[in-house]
Design a protein around this ligand. Structure first.
Ligand SMILES: [Zn+2]
Length: 227
């Protein structure tokens, strides 16, 4: 696990890479909802990675909140788009805390961001082949497509994934997550650290900071928080 240099004094960021072997020391920390999710994985490696990431995050939060890692309980806020509780922002239900958090996993990698009293969103994505031409219209804004059009073709998949992590980070900070209209969410990929506009019902701030984290050899990640 590595601790990223702080991008903003209020935001803590942790990231790491897990192994594909299941550790009972991770499983023993999970709460019933996580165990149910773990049990639903048909793929052994994906299940092991899920348990390892949630175990790691529980240990970190346990230290941060001075609480037993296995006794932390998570919940979800209602989604500001549809009001349903299934896919809103996650929060720590027990112990009561003003810390907000966001967790992302992709392949063996994970990223967790936390901020005290401030919304935060984190996203990490493994670089993979993407059909940028097919996805661009649905996912990118006009100016993002212009930016992409100025790049050499071999850079397009990586730049698309980087752009995607920025959109997901903003959408997760706002709480709307997967329902965000990504094709209208302008994340200014030419600026590694940018201010972007994104409003959701019930939240007064509509300007967000989005920032790339140092990229890995095969993955990108970004965090977002209210400006
Ligand atoms: Zn929703």
């Amino acid at each position: 696990m590595t601790v990223t240099p702080e991008l903003d004094a209020r935001v803590l960021v942790w990231s790491g890479r897990v192994t594909d072997e299941l550790e009972t020391s991770d499983l023993s920390l999970l709460e019933p909802e996580e165990m149910a999710r773990f049990s639903a994985f048909r793929d052994r490696i994906r299940g092991a990675r899920y348990a390892a990431v949630h175990g790691a995050v529980r240990r970190l939060l346990g230290e941060l909140l001075n609480h037993a890692a296995s006794e932390i309980r998570f919940g979800r806020h209602a989604c500001p788009g549809c009001g349903r509780p299934g896919h809103g922002r996650p929060f720590v239900r027990t112990p009561p805390t003003s810390w907000e958090l966001s967790l992302s996993r992709s392949g063996p990698y994970w990223l967790c961001a936390a901020a005290d009293g401030m919304r935060v969103g984190a996203d990490i994505e493994v670089l993979r082949p993407v059909n940028v031409g097919r996805l661009a219209k649905a996912v990118l804004t006009g100016s993002e497509r212009s930016y992409m059009a100025g790049l050499p073709a071999e850079r397009l998949p990586a730049e698309f994934i980087r752009c995607w992590t920025r959109k997901e980070a903003v959408a997760k900070a706002s709480g709307i997550g997967i329902e965000a209209p990504l094709g209208r969410l302008e994340v200014r990929p030419a600026q590694p650290h940018a201010l972007v506009r994104h409003s959701v019902s019930g939240f007064d701030a509509d300007t967000w900071v989005v920032q790339d984290l140092p990229p890995g050899r095969d993955h990108f990640s970004a965090v977002s928080f209210p400006a």
